[in-house]
Write a protein that binds this ligand. Sequence first.
Ligand code: GLN
Length: 485
Amino acid sequence: MSNYYNTIHETHKLLKDKEISSVELTKELINRVHDVEPKVQAFVTITEDQALEQAKAADKRIAEGNITELTGVPCLMKDIFCTKGITTTCSSKMLYNFVPPYDATVIKKLNDAGMVMLGKANMDEFAMGSSTENSAFHPTRNPWNTDCVPGGSSGGSAAGVAAGEGLFSVGTDTGGSIRQPAAYCGLVGLKPTYGRVSRYGMIAFASSLDQAGPITHDVTDAAIVLNHISGFDDKDGTSMPVEVPDYTKALTGDIKGMKIGVSSEYLSAGLDDDVKEAIVKGIKQLETLGADVNWEVKLPDPKAALAVYYIIAPSEASANLARYDGVKYGYVYPDAATMWDTMHLTRAKGFGPEVKRRIMIGTYALSAGYYDAYYLKAQKVRTLIRKQFDEAFEKYDVIVTPTAPSTAFKFGDKINDPVSMYLSDVYTIPVNIAGIPAMSVPCGFSKGLPIGMQFIAKSFNEEAILKAAYAYEQSTNWHSMHPEI
Ligand code: GLN
């Protein structure tokens, strides 16, 4: 029997009961990677030798009784997290040779828990994109249909888990990059509250929006990983000193009387019929489970949130990416005549087209004369969006929406039309603008491709999301389906 589609909690039991060793499991996963990777291409870097070392260390820990739920569990990490001694590229030519001298806090915490990292997952360059087609190295394919994208920017993370090349992953979400690929690949993807998980050592895209979170097979696994990666970190100035509860305690299955809000605006224009049908069915299921659903809740206009995002995110990106100048580290254009030529040509050749587009938009929006009209205005609208969510959460515990307007699209469909690509995040972006937590959970299929339903709650109330989503998940079997590759 194979173990590569096991959940973390199933694996933990097998390891604890000594029915399998981490070395055996890791070897099985490495074989699986060799089998399916030519078709899926989820990884940028495979760290086989290091994984076996970690597995041996995990077995030793287990023998000593020093086990956590993640000890000995094979996984893959988005290539945006700095990993000491292991190349970290952000899927950019700019960082093709960058070997960090330190671990991101997320990586450190997972190492302390005893994870076995099989490698670094592919992504859109600097996390800009929704399809992983913007990777400087290669696209990643959706395991459910290899003609389709896995979503993005954490597409390698999601495709890898969906293909059985790792039992879980941690991705990052600036506008939807955990939830949208999780939805496209039939997985659970959780974006925690801004400030819940440390951003230290996570390569910056848009610092006021970026947040790390788990991509897993089910809600229980999401709670387990969140338990391990959350918490205050004095190395991240925006990390919040809020106590970390045991998130698995929220998984009671009882949502009787829970107040759930739904907005008809989020179920109208631009939404695929099949997706709409699956979401409406999912919400009705929540009603059957005893939730008290209001179908007409006023929520922030998703189109306004999208407009705000495409001013704020590129503005912050233009500042964050100024450090890649061919001087400090990473790619350097060789043989340029002057220092200025080196900087210019390094950027011209080192960044891909989408990254350059964002830097130009951001630089423009922040420039004297345009700052008030664009950046400042966007910040004001951001405050209004946050307030509208606050008002909704005075009455509702959880809000439910689609995760994405469609299922995974075909390669090439949107890559030359940035605006249509940007629209695939229309339901996820409002959440990042407000800094609140949200999670995508599998809720059906359309033409063989998975659909995701999004649960949103107020800041630091991940428990409400996990509770509602767990009750829903336990009453369906979407999460236990796997693709034939
Ligand atoms: N697709 C969005 C973008 O390109 C969101 C990306 C993300 O969440 N990292 O900006």
